[in-house]
Design a protein around this ligand. Structure first.
Ligand code: NDP
Ligand code: 1BO
Length: 324
């Protein structure tokens, strides 16, 4: 069985883990599971038992929580302690109403075969009617009462069902609103981040407020994403350091102080993506990666939340509060 990627007691010195505002530690490299399909079970098992991952990222909306649960359960039967794992999931937009939060979490826990989550995130800050179309039809975007939903998330922490709570896909404006109403601080903000979309403004705002950032789609995502693996700057740095482009992209995220959740269902690439410790990207190469032009999101949410005619969001910029 693979050694865990041990988190040193002194914290984040070697970037294997980051201390959250709650005092808990998030392992810096996690396995993403979006679009992993039926392969999610094996991927999770291999990641934990052979590659040394201790952090898995999933979501109700990914439709793979049962498979992830099988993988986790098999890993625990093989001798991994639950307390050594960090499992994150997300509440979907159709459950963003105070009276639905606890039921949504309970379903997630049941699917994952767990009795608590390490991290529960608001997947997107928009409420959808149950069964909403993609893109939404008129009337399928409902009012999102952020304060009432956050109170319910806070209660999950108090009840020991969730260790930390957080958000994804927030803007400065929405973060500011949340910080004004929160009694329990968001520990984590998960956002798209890679050298093709650095999103420095949000990273700075989170750091200023003690909120840890997890970088999603670190390789440029999949199925119509951006091919950062073959980006000339990334491949040049990888060749120079004798690392793979995937490793350079994951390490870049760590050196920015973010945890990172590359998705793979391929056992070789799962192992490759966590071989990012004990070496670093030198300053000049880090700067080169930070200079990649054509900064743009891969996942702007338009397909899920924009109705160009009826609104309330008529274009992607509306979703991001015109901050990009
Ligand atoms: P990634 O940026 O992680 O890229 C995944 C793609 O890269 C897959 O096609 C994968 O294929 C391929 N790949 C993996 N490793 C390598 C490698 N070393 N070399 C070459 N190709 C590789 O995409 P995601 O968008 O999936 O983001 C990662 C995770 O972040 C998600 O799975 C999800 O958990 C989370 N996420 C969260 C979001 C949110 O709204 N909060 C939004 C989007 C993602 P293969 O599997 O065949 O290896
Ligand atoms: C549909 C959800 C986007 C990936 O998290």
């Amino acid at each position: 069985m693979a050694e865990a990627q041990q988190i040193p007691a002194q914290g984040q010195a070697d970037l294997r883990g980051f201390r959250l505002i709650s005092g808990h530690t998030i392992p810096s490299v996690g396995l993403g599971t979006w679009r992993s399909g039926p392969k999610a079970s094996d991927a999770v098992f291999i990641a934990i038992t052979e590659a040394g991952y201790r952090h898995v990222d999933t979501a109700a909306e990914y439709g793979v929580q049962e498979e992830v649960g099988h993988g986790l359960s098999a890993a625990m039967q093989a001798g991994i302690d639950r307390q050594d794992l960090f499992i994150a999931s997300k509440i979907w937009c159709s459950d963003l109403a105070p009276d639905r939060v606890r039921t949504a979490l309970k379903t997630t826990l049941q699917d994952l075969q767990l009795d608590y989550l390490d991290l529960y995130l608001i997947h997107w800050p928009f409420r959808l009617k149950e069964g909403a179309h993609k893109p939404p039809e008129a009337g399928e975007i409902l009012d999102f009462d952020m304060e009432a939903v956050w109170r319910e998330m806070e209660q999950l922490v108090k009840d020991g069902l969730v260790r930390d709570i957080g958000v994804c896909n927030f803007t400065l404006k929405k973060l500011d609103k949340l910080l004004r109403i929160a009694q329990t601080m968001p520990s984590v903000c998960q956002m798209e981040m890679h050298p093709g979309w650095r999103n420095d403004k949000m990273l700075e705002a989170c750091k200023k407020n003690g909120i840890h950032v997890t970088a999603y789609s670190p390789l440029g995502s999949q199925d119509g994403g951006r091919d950062l693996i073959h980006d000339p700057t990334v491949t040049e740095v990888a060749n120079k350091l004798n690392k793979t482009p995937g490793q350079v992209l994951v390490r870049w995220a760590l050196q920015r102080g973010t945890s990172v959740i590359p998705k793979s269902t391929n056992s070789e690439r799962i192992k490759e993506n966590i071989q990012v410790f004990g070496w670093e990207i030198p300053e000049e190469d880090f700067r080169a990666l930070n200079s990649i032009r054509d900064q743009r999101r891969v996942l702007d949410g338009e397909d899920i939340f924009v109705n160009k005619i009826h609104g309330p969001y008529r274009c992607a910029a509306d979703l991001w509060d015109n901050e990009d």
